[in-house]
Design a protein around this ligand. Structure first.
Ligand SMILES: CC(C)(COP(=O)(O)OP(=O)(O)OC[C@H]1O[C@@H](n2cnc3c(N)ncnc32)[C@H](O)[C@@H]1OP(=O)(O)O)[C@@H](O)C(=O)NCCC(=O)NCCS
Length: 382
């Protein structure tokens, strides 16, 4: 690499692949999955339809959808090895770490773990996506000393997760709200976790390893960990009256408001309005609007504040996900893992898309250390 070659900090603006999965127009706040506007999909489809769309390229017919649902149902059950790993993990860790451990156990049980045949990769994508909600619900219950709830035979992906988490069938509203959440976070172009999955896969390793890398990346506060951080922030603020001083103090001490800002969007994240709506209705049904109202107040005040308007900092997907997931009873530390049970679809769709003509992703760094250094044996140093 020459000394004059520009370094793109954070790879901002660098195009690393072609994709037909999703398109983001950050200036205008538009997100499309395979050409379909997210607004048309968010509240009128099931998560399973979006899985089909992302994995197989078109919205399914009724029989294609039934077939996919049956395949998912047949893989919802966790194997004894995965259950045993989940039950022996420390109860103090992050649920998304438990999912990484369980993903590794799935890989080690799979005799064709290394197959890169496109059909095999797709089959494993379905198996992982089917198992992820069960893994997360199981870990949360086990660490609380409760029994694992086996999957429901009738409920769809969203309702079944909430059922396995609580042991009770969710209300229709709760199920619809979580379904919408899963749809909205399923895929998002070359986000950091998708990129890390693609980098890992490009070394010609297995799908499980690529997904494990993506899980580790999603956990970060600048990415999927922001939903938990945003909820902690809302709890820290406590009341609507405290929002204004909290913002002022944050600006003074340079503390970021979680769930605000985005690398690509310079407008409000198009997913926020759907999450805001469900955050409100689920909170209403639960009889506690506190956290929704604190979030709305915070958005209103940032929309009037020059620091945020000048920098075009608006709520991202995590902002209203936080009070919504909280009202749905998902523990705060499990929120990044709840994100993963949807994004597994986007990751695996990307990895399958990457397969034909896959090339090792290996960028360069500009060396800034000494040009040469004189070597001395250990007894002559110091
Ligand atoms: C998402 C995020 C990492 C994008 O970061 P980025 O594209 O690298 O943007 P930068 O860190 O360069 O920030 C640009 C400016 O906006 C400010 N800024 C960005 N996000 C901010 C936030 N949430 N609160 C306060 N200020 C913020 C930065 O301080 C910087 O200000 P400056 O120009 O005076 O230095 C960032 O907005 C953030 O940390 N948000 C909070 C975490 C979050 O919600 N993540 C989930 C993303 S979906």
């Amino acid at each position: 690499m020459s000394d004059t070659q520009e370094i793109n900090s954070g790879l901002e603006g660098v195009v690393v692949a072609e994709t037909s999965l999703s398109m983001i127009d950050g200036q205008n706040g538009i997100l499309r999955y395979r050409g379909y506007d997210i607004d048309d999909l968010a509240q009128t489809t099931s998560f399973e339809e979006i899985m089909y769309l992302l994995w197989f390229g078109s919205l399914p017919t009724s029989s294609q959808l039934e077939d996919l649902k049956a395949r998912l149902r047949s893989h919802r059950q966790l194997s004894p090895a995965v259950k045993s790993v989940l039950s022996s993990l420390p109860t103090t860790g992050a649920p998304i770490d438990a999912m990484r451990a369980a993903t590794t156990a799935m890989a080690m049980e799979d005799p064709d773990e290394r197959s890169l045949d496109a059909d095999d990769v797709q089959e494993r994508a379905i198996r992982m996506a089917a198992a992820f909600p069960a893994m997360l619900a199981a870990y949360i219950r086990l660490r609380e000393g409760k029994n694992i709830v086996e999957p429901h035979k009738e409920l769809g992906e969203a309702g079944n997760f909430l059922y396995m988490l609580t042991g009770e069938e969710p209300t229709e509203l709760q199920s619809n709200a979580f379904n919408c959440y899963l749809i909205l976070v399923a895929e998002h172009s070359m986000n950091a976790s998708t990129f890390s999955g693609r980098v890992t896969f490009s070394t010609i390793t297995d799908l499980y390893s690529a997904v494990s890398a993506a899980l580790g990346c999603l956990k970060g506060d600048a990415h999927g960990g922001a939903n938990a951080r945003a909820m902690e922030m809302l709890l820290d603020i406590g009341t609507k009256e405290n929002v204004e001083p909290y913002i002022e103090e944050s600006l003074k001490i340079k503390r970021r408001l979680m769930g605000i800002g985005h690398r690509v969007y310079r407008a409000r994240d198009p997913r926020a309005k759907h999450l805001m709506g469900f955050s409100e209705s689920v909170a209403e049904q639960k009889g506690d609007r506190t956290w929704h109202d604190v979030a709305v107040r915070l958005e209103d005040l940032t929309n009037e504040h020059p620091f945020f308007t000048e920098r075009k900092l608006y709520p991202n997907v995590e902002f209203y996900s936080a009070p919504l997931l909280y009202s749905l009873g998902i523990p705060i530390d499990a929120m990044p893992a709840a994100f993963a049970i949807s994004r597994i679809v986007g990751w695996t769709a990307n990895l399958n898309e990457q397969l034909p003509g896959m090339r090792l992703i290996r960028p360069q760094a500009r060396y800034t250390g000494p040009e040469t250094a004189e070597f001395k044996p250990i007894d002559q140093r110091g």
